[in-house]
Design a protein around this ligand. Structure first.
Ligand code: DGJ
Length: 739
């Protein structure tokens, strides 16, 4: 897969569906040559060579540099910028050596060593590919081989050069609290577009993922180049288009307010930046990223449990009695994991106090947490708990004992957000305190799931016990320390699953997902709003990693009223959870919820492990549809969810063509109520539309006859969508018929 052609001085990385080629030109510049559909590396040789337009535009080949260092004639976004002990701020890196290694699992790694001509600094550019994936994992290791400090002002993970396209369209996500993962498209004209976080965590305002196409790619067709960065602190992705039409995407740790002093013999490793090429549109891009996450990023390989979470039901008003009542009902509807959210510890009766005091509140739990855990376990569920270890309320015992444990500048007020401050994770005492209290909590109780929250950004970035000339290391130290804490907890408690949450989706990235089994994309649990958030999430991240809750009929977020079925269907497109106050649900609602949970469990392997197809053909009609395809016990299986926003009278819906099936196979379609044969008119909220789904799908009434169609018909002629009115939804299950 990885080769070096020494005659032509070409490096090539070939995967099943892509070629990536670069070479060493006459000036010793590692020049990017090609990335796209497979080609022979030798055919790229004529592309290699230095170029000059004028003395004002010298060294144009450096616009396509594999690793742009700040020095000489390089004016584009640098991958490496340093400051030497003698005040020199210039690099001149030359190729020194390379090696290609192959691991037992087939993973191949290319390491190219660049060395400065005058100073003892090396940059090791690492490229890795895995069999069956059209992705390249890149990072850089900077090595100080001398005996003096060198300051890294910027050390980026990779620069991805794009081919020449007619136009460059960037697809990315933006957002805010309760509105994360909103998809956007932007034309990249000459100049720079910067996506970044400066807030201390990944951030919901942007996410470290990008996709570029020529403006014509669709869900199912067209060429897409994309990348995702694994860093959960300040990051930056710079998309730069030059006057000569070269587009380069440089990404890594944000260099804003950031520096790292590399001592003699030390090595600095950047986070991983994964890049890929997909010839089959945005759908193929997402499926490539999802499969990579399932196979090589996500720690837990098993199916995610249907969870119940107490937050929206009881907020801070947590007590053993109410939680046990909720647990009874959660078990009744089929939940497999019961999670107590915020409010169980210290004087945490609201968000103004108690954060940091991780002692079970004895008034709320007079018989300890054990009583609730025993009940939950007795009901056949696992038990989970909420924590926010990195933050502290000033009104807490922890802060009263250790006021200097938070980031701060002694001469400045400490900015509070949600009445809390951020603990200085670079301080070894703070780090041990977190590992210790978490180990006590997980060691003393039968806890199988931790929801790890973080509800504020970092301000006043000062580390009291750190050298003054190294204060700008804070942004990196916080994240590294966090990763080390998670790694240590996972090592000590291998049976515990973790969820990453930061007031919603502010800390979701490939770095965090190496430790977290699942992620909370948004505090917005409105079933309709969530469709957009979940769609944006799905561009970069896999459905199994996305926790989705069913909450109340009148959404607390925006007062929207939707049926139980619609709310369930919306949440069933990821890892299903329930976050409503089940103590107030009627027996009928509980029974319907139980039926929907059972349906989810039946299709869960498809949603959590199958290939996801976003069906965008009817978006202009207000229909969101998503399909999952995989292999079940009886052969190929698929499940389709479709959601109608609002319908005008008489404005019917055309059929919807499915994707990803085998044209020559025969499939049986079952409507949303495939496990019950009722065919009611949509009178009651709960039953709305279900009967119609069966009838519509069969096209000949609910007479019990099988509705069998070929894959070809399902993909070319499509299925009926008997959706009506506002906020209607359906689920079809499609199964291969073998006999
Ligand atoms: C923010 C989270 O996103 C919510 O789900 C909930 O856990 C609250 N924090 C608790 O304070």
């Amino acid at each position: 897969m990885i080769q070096f052609d020494s005659d032509r001085r070409l490096f090539s990385i070939s995967t099943d569906g892509s070629s990536y080629v670069f070479g060493l030109n006459d000036k010793g510049v590692l020049q990017h040559l090609y990335w796209g559909d497979p080609v022979a590396a030798a055919d790229c040789a004529p592309l290699l060579g230095s170029r000059l337009h004028s003395s004002f535009d010298a060294a144009l080949d450096r616009e396509a540099e594999e690793f742009a260092y700040w020095g000489g004639l390089s004016y584009m976004e640098p991958c490496l910028k340093v400051r030497w002990y003698d005040g020199v701020r210039d690099l001149r890196m030359a190729y020194a050596s390379h090696r290609i290694e192959r691991a037992d699992d087939g993973k191949e790694t290319l390491t190219i060593v660049l060395r400065d001509e005058a100073y003892p600094l090396e940059a090791h550019l690492v490229y890795a590919v895995r069999p069956g994936h059209d992705l390249i994992e890149r990072h850089v290791e900077i090595v100080n081989a001398g005996d003096r400090d060198v300051v890294l002002e910027s050390a980026q993970s990779a620069a991805w050069s794009m081919p020449e396209l007619r136009d460059y369209r960037l697809t990315h996500v933006t957002g805010k609290w309760a509105g994360e993962f909103q998809l956007r498209g932007a034309a990249l004209t000459e100049g720079k577009k910067v996506l970044e976080s400066r807030r201390g965590f990944t951030d919901g305002h942007a996410n470290p993922w990008f996709a570029i196409d020529d403006g014509a790619a669709t869900e199912e067709a067209g060429r897409v180049w994309f990348g995702a960065l694994g860093w959960s602190g300040n990051w930056k992705i710079v998309l730069e288009n030059t006057a000569f039409g070269r587009v380069r995407v440089t990404g890594g740790i944000n260099d804003f307010d950031s520096e790292w002093t590399l001592g003699p013999g030390e090595r600095f490793e950047t986070p991983s930046f994964v890049g890929g090429y997909a010839a089959g549109g945005f759908g193929a891009m997402s499926r490539a990223l999802h499969r990579y996450q399932y196979e090589h990023v996500s720690p837990g390989k098993e199916l995610r449990k249907v969870l119940y979470n107490s937050w929206e039901a009881t907020y801070f008003d947590v007590n053993a009695k109410d939680q046990m009542a909720l647990a009874e009902r959660a078990a009744k509807v089929g939940a497999e994991l019961f999670v107590v959210d915020d409010g169980w510890f210290g004087q945490r009766h609201h968000d103004r106090a108690g954060l940091g005091d991780w002692i079970v509140n004895a008034d709320k739990f007079p018989n300890g947490l054990e009583e609730l855990i025993d009940r939950v376990r007795g009901l056949g569920m696992a038990f989970g708990i909420w924590v926010e270890p990195e933050a502290v309320n000033p009104d807490s015992e922890l802060y009263r004992s250790h006021p200097d444990w938070v980031y701060h500048f002694p001469t400045r007020p400490r900015t509070e957000l949600r009445n809390q401050l951020v603990l200085d994770l670079s301080n070894p005492a703070v780090k041990s305190y977190i590992v210790d209290f978490m180990s006590r909590l997980l060691g003393e109780h039968d806890i199988s799931f931790v929801k790890w929250d973080m509800n504020r950004t970092i301000t006043e970035p000062g580390m009291r016990d750190h050298p003054l000339n190294r204060q700008k290391e804070l942004w990196i130290r916080h994240v590294r320390s966090l990763y080390e804490i998670w790694a240590e907890l996972r090592r000590r408690f291998p049976g515990v699953a973790f969820e990453t949450c930061a007031g919603g989706g502010s800390r979701i990235d490939l770095g965090m997902l190496r430790y977290a089994d699942q992620a909370w994309p948004s505090d917005n649990t409105d079933a309709f709003d969530r469709l957009g958030i979940q769609e944006g999430f799905s561009y970069a991240y896999a459905p199994k990693l996305m926790t989705c809750w069913v909450t109340e009929a009148v959404s607390g977020m925006n007062k929207r009223i939707t049926s139980l079925k619609y709310r369930f269907h919306s949440a069933m497109t990821g890892t299903l959870g329930i976050g409503a106050n089940l103590n107030e649900w009627s027996e009928e609602q509980l029974a319907e919820a139980a039926r929907l949970v059972a349906q989810y469990k039946a299709i869960r392997p498809l949603v959590q492990g199958g290939r996801q197809y976003r069906l965008a053909a009817l978006k202009h009609k207000g229909v969101d549809a998503v399909q999952y395809v995989g292999v079940g016990e009886s052969g190929e299986e698929s499940v389709l969810f479709a959601f109608l926003h609002a319908q005008k009278l008489g404005d019917g819906l055309p059929r919807l063509c499915l994707l990803g099936l085998d044209p020559d196979k025969r499939y049986e379609i079952e409507g949303g109520a495939f496990d019950c044969a009722k065919n009611e008119e949509p009178e009651s909220e709960g039953a709305k539309g279900e009967g119609a789904e069966i009838e519509g799908a069969r096209g000949k009434g609910n007479d019990g006859a099988k509705d069998v169609r070929s894959g070809r018909a399902l993909m070319r002629i499509g299925v009926e969508l008997p959706l009506r009115g506002d906020f209607d939804s359906l689920m079809y299950r499609v199964r291969e018929l073998r006999s």
